[in-house]
Structure formats: structure tokens, C-alpha cells
Ligand binder design. Structure first.
Ligand code: HEM
Length: 127
């Protein structure tokens, strides 16, 4: 199986992942119906995000947490949504890639997903 090692690999991984997310019954609607994401803009942002996290290339300069609060304010983003998001991510990584960076992609996603789930829950409580 292929090692996750280039920018092109990240683009492939992100494309595979959001192909699944877009058509997913549990979380697809957040992207399609709640945020009405423009995929032509979202995907390049996600390439940059993962390139920054995994290769230390500082190509992403956004605030990933902040982007989710407005979505969460419209429809609660709950723990089980994040667990499902993570399941899709882990399956996608493991289907296509192997090696240290692939492991890191799973490790970092898990940490951020847990933190994000917590922050969304707190934000709802403070509403
Ligand atoms: C249930 C789980 C999740 C859902 C439904 C979700 C949904 C979304 C949506 C709808 C947007 C677009 C917001 C907009 O442009 O209006 C977005 C942006 C983004 N998401 Fe998520 N997300 C989830 C989990 C995660 C996780 C775990 C990560 C990180 C590992 C992540 C990273 C990002 C980043 C980097 C952006 C772009 C932020 C920016 O505009 O700079 N998301 N997400």
C-alpha cells in the first residue's frame, strides 16, 4: 500500500474523504444543507489544512474551530456526529495509505475531533 508522503497524496485523501462525506446520511447534510458548502473553495482549504498539520507547510491560515460555531448554532453538532466523522476519516486513510504520516493523520484528526466535539457542546450550553 502507498505511503502518505506528498501534497498530491493529501489531495487524493481529502477528495476520497469528502466524496464519502457529501453522500453520508449522518453528516452530509451539515455540508450540503446547513452550511451549503462551495466545494470548489472548501476542498483547497482542506488540502492546505492537512498539509500544514502533516508536513509543517504553513499553507493554511484559518481558524478551524471558529468555522464550526455558526454551523453548530444552526444544527447541534453532537458527539456522535464527530465519532462518525472520525470513523469515515480513519476508514478512508486506512483504505488508501500506510506509514507514519498516515498514522499521524489519524492521531491528529482524533484529537481535533474530540476537542471540537467538546467545544461545540460547551457553546450550546452557553447559548
Ligand atoms: C461532524 C463533524 C464535522 C462537520 C459536520 C464539519 C462541517 C464543516 C463545515 C460545514 C465546514 C464549512 C464551514 C463554512 O465554510 O461555512 C467546515 C469547515 C472546516 N472543517 Fe469541519 N466539520 C466537522 C469536523 C471537522 C474536524 C474534526 C476537523 C479537523 C480535523 C475539521 C476541519 C475543518 C476545517 C479546517 C474547515 C475550514 C475552516 C476555514 O474556513 O478555514 N472539521 N466543517
Amino acid at each position: 500500500m502507498k505511503k502518505l508522503e506528498t501534497r498530491r497524496d493529501i489531495e487524493d485523501l481529502v477528495n476520497f474523504f469528502y466524496d464519502r462525506v457529501q453522500n453520508d446520511e449522518t453528516i452530509g447534510f451539515f455540508f450540503n444543507d446547513v452550511a451549503k458548502v462551495d466545494w470548489k473553495l472548501h476542498l483547497p482549504k482542506m488540502y492546505a489544512f492537512w498539509e500544514t498539520l502533516l508536513f509543517g507547510q504553513i499553507s493554511y491560515k484559518g481558524n478551524p474551530m471558529a468555522a464550526h460555531f455558526p454551523v453548530n448554532a444552526e444544527v447541534a453538532m453532537e458527539k456522535f456526529h464527530f465519532e462518525h466523522w472520525l470513523k469515515l476519516w480513519v476508514e478512508t486513510v486506512e483504505t488508501h495509505f500506510t506509514g507514519e504520516i498516515a498514522d499521524l493523520a489519524i492521531y491528529k484528526a482524533r484529537n481535533i475531533a474530540n476537542l471540537m466535539a467538546h467545544k461545540m457542546e460547551v457553546a450550546r450550553r452557553l447559548k
